[in-house]
Design a protein around this ligand. Structure first.
Ligand code: SAM
Length: 399
């Protein structure tokens, strides 16, 4: 019997993707990383709230998992799966895409295989269009724009490691148009404070929480460093009421305008509440106790080139002071066991990261710092090549 039900194609930073999935679907649902970019989860694809997962690119239904055999056997398996899928398809015309998560396969081998499958499908009196591969894997944009997750269209995924070959059919892909809308069309954006991508905001919220449902109208999320409100926006779309506070009045105004825009564009969130207040997070007394906290704290100066040691030291001191004071203040307002995820700065230098000292002081100020065995307890760092300031995600629980 096939136990593992779904395959997930992980995002650019697979460690963040894995921890996000684990946070929502861990426990008894076994998750295992197969290759750098793929993981299996013992859950049906229809039981996964894929839209909420900022770190996952594709969600596929596992069709078979077999011990490594010959390429001939792979072809026989692919034909069997395709025959079943096209038998169920209503249309005569089929678009077929293929992605191989196998470092050893070449583009020409893939093209050869696709041509054989094309003639095979034609033999069932169906017309078929092959989606061209420019690399061994189709991007989320190709899958999305060719509607490969809708009826009559197919993307087959083949994952190969030393022991096994997994064949899966893509059921959902990241809605890149909607992410672009949420990221670029908001009326207020501010590149000086660093733009938090909506996908990363989703990851931060998901790490602050263990519930994958969007039925959260009884819960309130607080972002005490709300800036232009990306976390508030993503939290509303996940069904939470939100409170956003910030030390700058122009940021409060930006968040409020952005959320108004969101409510006009996403009617499903109009019943949720959103409050904005001017507040210094290091001493403010929030009058409501939030159910969860998710934020991107002050990150210091946005460096375009590596700073001098002196300037870096000064920036680290500023961040350490503000974030530690904030955490001490927040602790006095929260009951035990409150969960949160905060993104704090880390700095990339000489191929490693410089961390804030407060990471080693969390226990003394009232927080347990959660780590994740699924990524061998490594730190959770979001970093883009060429950037000097990274974001380190801390998952905390009041102790
Ligand atoms: C990195 S930005 C957060 C950006 C935000 N995630 C967004 O969606 O735009 C950090 C924010 O913290 C605010 N901030 C800095 N010090 C603060 C303090 N002591 N209390 C509250 N907010 C503060 C800044 O005004 C800035 O908006």
């Amino acid at each position: 019997m096939l136990m593992t039900k779904s395959l997930i194609i992980l995002g650019r930073q697979p460690e963040l993707s894995l921890v996000e999935i684990f946070s929502l679907y861990g426990g008894k649902n076994q998750i295992s990383q197969i290759t750098d970019q793929t993981a299996l989860i013992n859950l049906n694809h229809s039981d996964i709230n894929f839209k909420r997962l900022g770190g996952s690119i594709k969600l596929a239904e596992v069709l078979s998992i077999e011990a490594i055999t010959t390429n001939q056997n792979l072809l026989t398996n692919l034909k069997q799966h395709l025959q079943k899928i096209i038998f169920e398809a209503e249309n005569k015309k089929i678009n077929l895409g293929m992605s191989f998560y196998d470092p050893k396969i070449s583009l020409s081998e893939i093209n050869k295989l696709k041509m054989i499958l094309k003639s095979f499908i034609k033999s069932f009196n169906k017309s078929i269009r092959l989606i061209p591969n420019t690399t061994t894997q189709l991007s989320s944009a190709q899958v999305y724009h060719n509607n490969l997750t809708t009826n009559n269209n197919i993307e087959l995924i083949v994952v190969k490691d030393d022991k096994q070959i997994i064949i899966a059919q893509t059921k959902q892909v990241q809605d890149i148009n909607d992410y672009t809308k949420r990221d670029r069309y908001r009326p207020k954006r501010d590149s000086r404070i660093g733009m938090l991508p909506p996908k990363l905001a989703q990851i931060i919220i998901n790490l602050a929480n263990n519930d994958p449902s969007d039925d959260n109208s009884h819960k309130t999320l607080l972002d005490p460093f709300c800036g232009t409100g990306v976390i508030l926006q993503e939290a509303l779309l996940m069904g939470y009421n939100v409170i956003g506070t910030d030390i700058l009045s122009n940021m409060i105004s930006a968040s409020s305008q952005n959320i108004n825009w969101l409510k006009n564009n996403y009617p499903k969130i109009t019943k949720l509440t959103s409050e904005f207040m001017l507040a210094d997070a290091t001493n403010f007394k929030w009058d409501k106790t939030p159910d969860l906290i998710a934020c991107e704290t002050y990150l210091g100066k946005p460096f375009t080139a590596p700073p001098t040691t002196e300037i870096l030291k000064q920036t680290m001191n500023d961040c350490q002071l503000i974030i530690k004071k904030f955490l001490i203040n927040l602790r006095t307002r929260l009951p035990n066991q409150t969960k949160m995820c905060i993104a704090i700065p880390a700095w990339y230098q000489s191929e490693s990261f410089i961390h804030l000292p407060l990471i080693d002081q969390l226990e003394q100020i009232g927080y347990n710092h959660l780590s994740f065995e699924i990524i061998n307890n490594r730190p959770l760092i979001y970093h883009r090549t060429g950037q000097f300031v990274a974001r380190e995600l801390l998952v905390l629980q009041t102790n």
